[in-house]
Design a protein around this ligand. Structure first.
Ligand code: ADP
Ligand code: TRP
Length: 321
């Protein structure tokens, strides 16, 4: 089964990204034929500076590789190394009804958040369809916010197949059952846009400082505390063993525990959790050319598949000889 997903290069990845998406990507690569890429063309829709886009692309690549992406088995590349995808996106655009895109909520959401309403942002789901269909993907692991884009992909694939013959595999979405939403240090959803993240690879000192600043309620030390609605406990669930979690649950219920205690333990556990990968991350930073080479090798493997599909598509629609 071929699994494919794209990751937007929008900065260093945070623990919300890890527990909400990456962790599942890494697990799926062991069971399936996995294809993962860094979606720079999609990131361009929000007009990052050229410097930022380049830096973020390498940061995402290093984060994934450091955390265990198996670059020998899994195909991992930069979207922009395969312009075939943009050609297919154009061909698909020509059979995509305007109404299908007008119904997409992500365009409206992004414009409401203040992004410039450019054409790329509107056509974004067609490019995503091209990404998915050019590799004959069976399964697309994504967060719930991307569900509509996979439905659009399916509609486009079915329409194309009905018009020009059975060329595309109609993919299934695999909604990542995320460990609920990971809260940020201010209690809202952890997100780069809220500036409330804990990055996976920031310094241990900063991780600790951020964890110590997590917003909690003002229940006095001696009183019982509501673990179910506590931001610290929500993060503890991600990294503590079931036994230890039970012990903290009892301490919350009993009272006599200050939030400082549980925060200190959370910082220790969080730092330990990612410790084995830190060294690898530093090693990659010191060997950027190897990282670029890894991406280039991935692009070469991906290209073989993409060119085959594109050739069939060009023939089917009447382009070329
Ligand atoms: P951000 O909100 O920081 O910009 P993205 O939208 O780029 O993050 O998210 C990339 C992936 O990480 C998505 O699949 C998304 O579902 C997941 N993700 C991001 N933030 C969280 C979070 N706080 N909790 C769970 N999953 C998250
Ligand atoms: N739109 C996805 C996101 O923001 C990223 C993406 C681009 C993607 N192309 C894809 C995801 C193809 C899955 C399949 O998270």
């Amino acid at each position: 089964m071929r699994v494919l997903s794209g990751i937007q290069p929008s900065g260093r990845l945070h623990i919300g990204n890890f527990f909400g998406a990456m962790n599942q990507h890494l697990k799926l690569q062991t069971e399936h034929d996995a294809f993962y890429f860094i979606a720079e063309y999609h990131a361009l829709t929000s007009n990052p500076s050229p410097k930022e886009l380049k830096k973020h692309t390498l940061d995402v690549a290093m984060d994934y590789i450091a955390l265990g992406l198996d670059t020998k088995k899994t195909v991992f590349w930069r979207q922009s190394d395969l312009p075939e995808v943009t050609e297919l996106a154009w061909i698909l655009s020509c059979i995509t009804p305007m109404g299908l895109l007008q119904r997409c909520v992500s365009y409206k959401d992004k414009v409401a958040q203040g992004l410039a309403p450019n054409h790329g942002l509107f056509a974004y789901p067609v490019l995503q369809a091209a990404d998915i269909l050019i590799f004959n993907s069976d399964l697309v692991p994504v967060g719930a916010d991307q569900k509509q884009h996979i439905e659009v992909t399916r509609d486009i694939a079915i329409k194309f197949n009905n018009t020009y013959g059975e060329i595309f595999t109609v993919p299934e979405e695999h909604i990542i059952e995320s460990v609920a939403v990971v809260p940020g240090i201010d209690g809202r959803k952890m997100s780069k846009s809220y500036n409330n993240t804990i990055e996976i690879f920031e310094s241990e000192k900063r991780v600790k400082k951020k964890i110590m600043s997590i917003v909690t309620d003002s229940t006095p030390v001696e009183q019982p505390k509501d673990y179910e609605n506590c931001n610290v406990f929500a993060l503890l669930k991600l990294v503590a063993s079931p036994d230890e979690l039970k012990q903290w649950e009892s301490k919350y219920k009993a009272g006599g525990m200050g939030y400082g205690d549980v925060k200190k333990r959370l910082a220790e556990l969080m730092i330990d959790y990612f410790k084995p990968y830190r060294e690898k991350r530093t090693e990659l930073e010191n060997n950027i050319d190897d990282v670029k080479q890894t991406l280039a090798n991935g692009a070469e493997r991906a290209k073989t598949v993409a060119q085959k599909t594109l050739q069939k598509v060009r023939k089917a629609v009447g382009l070329g000889n």
